[in-house]
Design a protein around this ligand. Structure first.
Ligand code: HEM
Ligand code: SF4
Length: 551
């Protein structure tokens, strides 16, 4: 992973000192709420229902064990004994006290971490595939490009006050695991007919109040133009994006209003001033970044699916199911990537306790070269596990509660914090997730159902990605009572789609029943091997609606 230079570290240390003094002045009454607001947001601090919330950046989801131990210490010493993995690969602390935040930032800085640009109207954390660099279906490692984007965007003076926040995701694999079409900018690494690497770029995607799937602005951009082209897009947005209405301020609204062709014309015109200038990305810079993402010391001479592994799988069905669901193929023979499920029933999706953070750090040292990744589905990945150590790892994970073999299943729910923590919420989300997890607690049945994404948000801001869940649940407020609206057919992958609302919303206690009926219709209507999404696409909304709303 990227290692800070002295210059990077100095920048960070100075920033911590600056924020420390700003906090002091605020506490002494020398700065007003309003003056302090911009300063705290620039340092990742929201004010929430019970306490401030601090969002810590995890660039493209990569963490080393030392950083995880520091996060564990912060959760123990400054929070209530847990941290929350979010849908943009970040970590959030829900209970820091405002006067202690500078100390937290200082601790983060000691392990090359920070909370800069994790809120406010600037370019946020760049995210990517959690299997970046190790996936078998990948064209190139996206992480060096993410790091290049990170360095360009952090403290970019021109883009510190955009009309709204701005999110970039990068993907390089056949499967889109970074939801690039649902971001302000999605960068896809592609090869042209000559076999040269470049980028296909999507723009104007996003969730929130008005969910829109991004559109393609260029299908092949040579590598050297990455930053000049991104800069041209940002400039057009910065100039034409609406600042008069917060709800219409995202780039998706601008792209929609102008149409992709007119938007592209503006970007290309702007780009002409920048391309083939010092904004070009030299090959040497790309190589310099690639050098930070070299392969760990993989053991050679291993085999895939050894006789011993097959024997363990045959004799232990739970282990076999876990391999099928929670382990992914690896580009190196004899290795696999392991997803730790943070979706055990009765634990809020994405929450990890202090003890478990320490335990995960130890596991990454023991089994995965001291590194781990967070995923946008709120799980954690050990990317480089030897297959001959899988059985032992599985047993350790089982003891910790991270071996629930439900990755990609109905109970691997993405869920925002909702009414219990978030001051914007219309309804609770965590108890709804738990209700559904309890209802579908039979793993064999879940395996029979196959891949289904169920996502829950407590309000239309869509932090829980409800629009792009195959089944989406949105908390709505009706005259002071909490109700839940269900949508079907959303998809976050290559064929990204926004789900369709099924009909009238449900009372909290009826939601698991409604989901059960939806699943029943799928089971009755599916043809052999068909996924929930494919069945929905084939039979349409009506059969689901009829069953769920039957008198
Ligand atoms: C509890 C504190 C939180 C607050 C106050 C908050 C606030 C917001 C707001 C206002 C938006 C809407 C942005 C827009 O429409 O432009 C938003 C979007 C979003 N939030 Fe949160 N959020 C919180 C927690 C979280 C958590 C815990 C997650 C992860 C589970 C998350 C992930 C997201 C994502 C992915 C979006 C993107 C929607 C898009 O693409 O436009 N947020 N959040
Ligand atoms: S979706 Fe709404 S309720 Fe949930 S975290 Fe986001 S802003 Fe809060």
């Amino acid at each position: 992973m990227y290692i800070y230079t002295d210059y990077d570290q100095q920048l960070l240390n100075e920033r911590v000192a600056q924020y420390s003094s700003q906090t002091e002045r605020f506490l002494d009454g020398k700065l007003t709420e309003e003056e302090f607001l911009a300063l705290r947001l620039q340092n990742g601090l929201y004010v929430q229902r019970h306490a401030p919330m601090l969002r810590v950046a995890i660039p493209y989801g990569m963490l080393n064990s030392k950083q995880v131990r520091t996060l564990a210490e912060i959760s123990r010493d400054f929070d209530k004994g847990y941290a929350h993995f979010s849908t943009r690969q970040n970590i959030q602390f829900n209970w820091p006290s405002l006067p202690q935040v500078p100390d937290i930032l200082a601790k983060l800085a000691s392990v090359q971490m920070h909370a800069i640009q994790t809120s406010g109207n600037c370019i946020r954390n760049t995210t990517t595939d959690q299997f970046a660099g190790v996936a078998r279906d990948e064209l190139a490692d996206p992480r060096p490009y993410c790091e290049i984007i990170r360095q360009w965007s952090t403290f970019h003076p021109e883009f510190a006050y955009l009309p709204r926040k701005f999110k970039i995701a990068v993907n390089a694999a056949a499967e889109d695991r970074a939801a690039i079409k649902m971001h302000d900018i999605g960068v896809e690494i592609v090869k042209n007919d000559e076999g040269t690497l470049g980028f296909s770029i999507w723009v104007g995607g996003g969730l929130g109040r008005t969910p829109i799937v991004g559109e393609n602005i260029t299908d092949f951009l040579p590598q050297k133009y990455l930053l000049s082209y991104l800069e041209a897009i940002l400039r057009v947005y910065n100039r034409y994006g609406r600042r008069d209405n917060k709800f219409k301020a995202r780039i998706k609204i601008l792209v929609k209003a102008l149409g992709i062709d007119a938007f592209r014309e503006k970007v290309e015109a702007e780009w002409q001033h920048m391309k083939d200038t010092e904004m070009d990305l030299p090959d040497a810079e790309i190589e310099r970044m690639k050098a930070f993402f070299t392969e760990p010391a993989y053991v050679t001479g291993l085999v895939d699916d050894s006789a011993e592994l097959q024997q363990h799988r045959a004799s232990t069905p739970g282990f076999d199911a876990w391999i099928k669901r929670n382990c992914n193929p690896h580009k190196k023979v004899g290795y696999m990537s392991v997803t730790l499920s943070l979706k055990a029933t009765s634990v809020a999706p994405g929450d990890v306790s202090t003890e478990h953070l320490f335990a995960i750090a130890d596991l990454s040292d023991k089994y995965s070269f001291g590194e781990l990744r967070s995923t946008h589905k709120q799980n954690v990945v050990l990317a480089d596990v030897r297959q001959d150590q899988l059985y032992e790892l599985w047993q350790e994970l089982k003891a910790l509660g991270f071996a629930t073999a439900n990755i990609g299943c109905l109970t691997d729910i993405i869920c925002c914090p909702g009414g219990e923590f978030c001051s914007l919420a219309n309804a609770k989300s965590i108890p709804v997730a738990e209700q559904i997890q309890r209802h579908f607690d039979d793993l064999d049945y879940l395996y029979d159902l196959g891949d289904i994404e169920l996502n829950i948000s407590g309000c239309m801001n869509a932090c829980g990605h409800h629009h792009i869940g195959n089944i989406g649940i949105l908390g709505v407020d009706k005259k002071g009572s909490e109700f839940y609206q269900v949508s079907l057919g959303g998809n976050s992958g290559r064929d990204a789609k926004v789900g369709k609302i099924m009909g009238p919303s449900f009372f909290e206690n009826d939601i698991a029943d409604a989901i059960t009926k939806i699943i029943d219709v799928y089971v009755e209507k599916r043809i052999e091997g068909e996924s929930f999404l494919s069945t929905y696409e084939r039979v349409g909304m009506d059969p689901f609606k009829e069953r769920v709303y039957a008198a």
